[in-house]
Design a protein around this ligand. Structure first.
Ligand code: HEM
Ligand SMILES: *[C@@H]1O[C@H](CO)[C@@H](O)[C@H](O)[C@H]1NC(C)=O
Ligand SMILES: *[C@@H]1O[C@H](CO)[C@@H](O)[C@H](O)[C@H]1NC(C)=O
Ligand SMILES: *[C@@H]1O[C@H](CO)[C@@H](O)[C@H](O)[C@H]1NC(C)=O
Length: 498
C-alpha cells in the first residue's frame, strides 16, 4: 500500500493539476453514477485502478446499474459506459457528427500525426477492405493457404517428430503478418524480414506516439510528433520498401491502363486503381498500407493466440476439429468454400472472442455535441461513450454458462432452424461485439475470419499442440480496457504423424 501511494502521488505530481481538475470539475456528468472510487483524489486513484482492473470494474457497474449508464475514471477523464439493447441501438444509430468513432480514435491516437491527415479525412480504403477484399477471398484463397503452410513451417522450424516449445504470440504475429501482407502487398515483400518487423512494430509506434503527443499542449503536437515519436522514421522505412514497387506498378498503370497483363491482385493494386491526385504519392500509399496493417495485425494475432491457448490447454478439442476439417477438405479441397462449411472451427474462434476478445469495451464514440439518450441520460460534448462488451458477453442472461469456454456453443446454436447465419463468427449483433456493431463494425472481419479459420484448420491437421507440463491456460495481459494474449507464454508443437 505504501509503495502504491508513493507511485500514485508521484504520477499525480507529474500529470499536474490539470488532470485532477478534469475529474473533479463540477460537470453535467455528476448525475451519472460512478463505479470505482470518487472524491478529490479518489477519482484519480480510480483512474489508475482502471489501468489494472478495468474489466472487473465495468462488470461491477454493469451488474449494479442493469442497463442504466454509469461512468468510470479512465486515467485522466470520465468515460460513460452503456449497455443493453435499447441504448446500444441508440449509440449505433447516432450519426457521426453527434457520436463520432473517428474522434474517439483521434483522442488517444492523434491520428493527424500518427496515421496521417488524409487517411482519416478520406478513408477510401475502408470500402475497398469491406467489399473488394472480401469479394476476392475465394480467388485469393490459394495464396492465403500457401503463405500459411510456408509460414508455419518456417516459423516453427520443427525437427522430425520432436515436441518444441514455441513462444506463441511471437510466432502467430509472424504468421499473421506474412499471410495478411501476401494479400496486402504480395510476394516477395510479405516475406521480407524488415517489412514484417516494421509492420509489427508500427502499431506500437502509433499507440506510443499518440500517448506522447497527448502529454503536451495541442499547439506543440506537430513538433512533438516530428521529434519525439518514431512514427516519421517508420513511414520513411516503409517508403523505402514500397517505393520501387509503387513506381513500377504506376508505370504500367500509366502505360496500359487498369487492366495490364500480370497485374497483381492485391490491396496495393486496388488502392492504386482508386487513388487520385496526391493519394497516388508513395508517401500517401505507404501510410495507407501501414494503417491497414495497424488495424489488422495485432487484432488478428491476439485473437488467434488466445484461441491457441484454449486449444493447447484443452487438447481434447483437437479431435473434433480435426474430424471436421478432414471431412470437409476431403470433399472440397482447401478453399474459401471449405472454410465457410467449417462450423466447429468458426465456433471455436468466435467463442474465444466472446470470452476474451481484444478489450472489455467496444464501440467507443466521442460526443461532438451534447447528446441525450432516450432514458434522459445527458452526455455533454467532449465525452467518450462506450459499450460494456465484455460484461455483456459474460452475462448469464445473455449466454448460458457465460463464464465457461464452450468452444462449440455457436456451432450447436447454428444447428437450430433459421439460426445458421446469426451465429457465424463474422455476424455482429447487440450481444456479440468483438468486431463492434453497425456502421463502423470492422470491415476486415470477413478477411480476418477466413484467415484465422484457415490457420486453425491447418494447425489441427498438421500438428499436435499442448502446454508444457499440461499447465494452466496462460492468462491474458490486460492494460486499461485493452486485452492482449499472454505475450510470453509458450505452446508446444509437434509435427503430426500421418
Ligand atoms: C480478429 C481480428 C480483428 C478484430 C477483433 C477487429 C476489431 C475491430 C473493431 C472492434 C473495430 C471498431 C468497431 C467499432 O468501434 O464499431 C474495428 C475497426 C476496423 N478494422 Fe478491424 N478487427 C480485426 C481485424 C481487422 C483486419 C484484418 C482489418 C483489415 C484488413 C481490419 C480493419 C479495420 C478498419 C479499417 C477499421 C475501422 C473502420 C471504420 O473506420 O469505420 N480489422 N476492428
Ligand atoms: C477489481 O475490481 C473489482 C470490482 O470493482 C473488485 O471487487 C476487486 O477487488 C478489484 N481487484 C483489484 C485487484 O483491485
Ligand atoms: C483530431 O484532433 C486534432 C487535435 O488534437 C484536431 O486538430 C483534428 O481536427 C481532429 N480530427 C481529425 C480527423 O484528425
Ligand atoms: C498526401 O499527400 C499530400 C501532398 O503530398 C499531403 O498534403 C497529405 O498530407 C498527404 N497525406 C498523407 C496521409 O500523407
Amino acid at each position: 500500500m505504501e509503495n502504491t501511494s508513493l507511485v500514485t502521488y508521484g504520477l499525480a505530481g507529474l500529470a499536474g493539476l490539470v488532470v485532477v481538475s478534469k475529474l473533479t470539475q463540477k460537470s453535467a456528468l455528476d448525475v451519472i453514477p460512478t463505479v470505482g472510487s470518487s472524491g478529490l483524489f479518489g477519482s484519480y486513484l480510480g483512474g489508475l485502478k482502471f489501468m489494472t482492473n478495468a474489466s472487473e470494474i465495468v462488470r461491477e457497474g454493469y451488474a449494479r446499474y442493469k442497463g442504466k449508464p454509469f461512468k468510470v475514471a479512465v486515467l485522466y477523464r470520465w468515460q460513460v459506459i452503456v449497455s443493453g439493447p435499447k441504448l446500444l441501438e441508440e449509440l449505433r444509430k447516432s450519426p457521426d457528427d453527434e457520436l463520432s468513432f473517428l474522434e474517439a480514435t483521434n483522442d488517444s491516437l492523434k491520428v493527424e500525426y500518427t496515421l496521417g491527415h488524409d487517411i482519416h479525412h478520406n478513408p477510401y480504403h475502408i470500402p475497398i477492405i469491406r467489399s473488394q477484399l472480401t469479394r476476392n477471398l475465394a480467388a485469393l484463397f490459394p495464396d492465403i493457404r500457401d503463405e500459411i503452410v510456408t509460414a508455419f513451417e518456417e516459423t516453427l522450424q520443427l525437427k522430425d517428430n520432436e515436441w518444441k516449445n514455441v513462444p506463441a504470440l511471437d510466432a502467430v504475429m509472424q504468421i499473421v503478418c506474412r499471410t495478411s501482407n501476401r494479400i496486402f502487398v504480395g510476394l516477395p515483400l510479405c516475406r521480407d524480414p524488415d517489412w514484417r518487423a516494421l509492420n509489427i512494430q508500427f502499431t506500437m509506434d502509433v499507440v506510443k506516439g499518440g500517448a506522447i503527443i497527448n502529454l503536451f499542449p495541442t499547439f506543440m503536437a506537430p513538433l512533438v510528433a516530428q521529434y519525439m515519436t518514431t512514427v516519421p522514421a517508420s513511414i520513411r522505412r516503409g517508403m523505402k520498401h514500397l517505393r520501387p514497387i509503387i513506381e513500377e506498378r504506376q508505370r504500367y498503370l500509366d502505360e496500359y491502363g487498369k487492366e495490364w497483363a500480370d497485374k497483381p491482385n492485391d490491396l496495393l493494386a486496388w488502392l492504386m486503381d482508386d487513388a487520385e491526385g496526391r493519394e497516388r504519392s508513395v508517401r500517401n500509399l505507404t501510410q495507407r498500407i501501414l494503417t491497414v496493417n495497424f488495424a489488422a495485425i495485432h487484432t488478428s494475432s491476439n485473437s488467434f493466440t488466445q484461441a491457441l491457448y484454449w486449444l493447447a490447454a484443452n487438447p481434447q478439442y483437437i479431435q473434433p476439429l480435426r474430424e471436421e476439417v478432414e471431412a470437409i477438405v476431403a470433399k472440397e479441397g482447401w478453399s474459401k468454400g471449405a472454410m465457410v462449411k467449417m462450423r466447429k472451427v468458426d465456433s471455436f474462434l468466435k467463442e474465444t472472442q466472446r470470452i476474451d476478445g481484444i478489450g472489455c469495451l467496444s464501440m467507443g464514440r466521442k460526443a461532438l455535441k451534447d447528446f441525450t439518450f432516450s432514458d434522459g441520460t445527458f452526455v455533454p460534448k467532449g465525452t467518450i461513450v462506450s459499450v460494456a462488451s465484455y460484461a455483456t458477453h459474460h452475462d448469464d442472461t445473455v449466454y448460458e454458462n457465460a463464464d465457461v469456454f464452450e468452444p462449440f456453443r455457436f456451432a450447436d446454436l447454428r444447428e437450430e432452424e433459421g439460426e445458421a447465419v446469426k451465429h457465424q463468427m463474422v455476424s455482429t449483433n447487440l450481444e456479440y461485439l468483438p468486431f463492434g456493431h453497425g456502421r463502423h463494425a470492422c470491415p476486415g472481419r470477413f478477411f480476418a475470419a477466413n484467415e484465422l479459420k484457415a490457420m486453425l484448420a491447418h494447425i489441427v491437421v498438421a500438428y499436435d499442440v499442448k502446454l508444457e507440463g499440461d499447465g494452466p491456460r496462460p492468462s491474458n495481459l490486460n492494460f486499461g480496457s485493452a486485452f492482449g494474449a499472454n505475450p510470453k507464454a509458450k505452446v508446444m508443437f509437434r509435427r503430426r504423424k500421418i
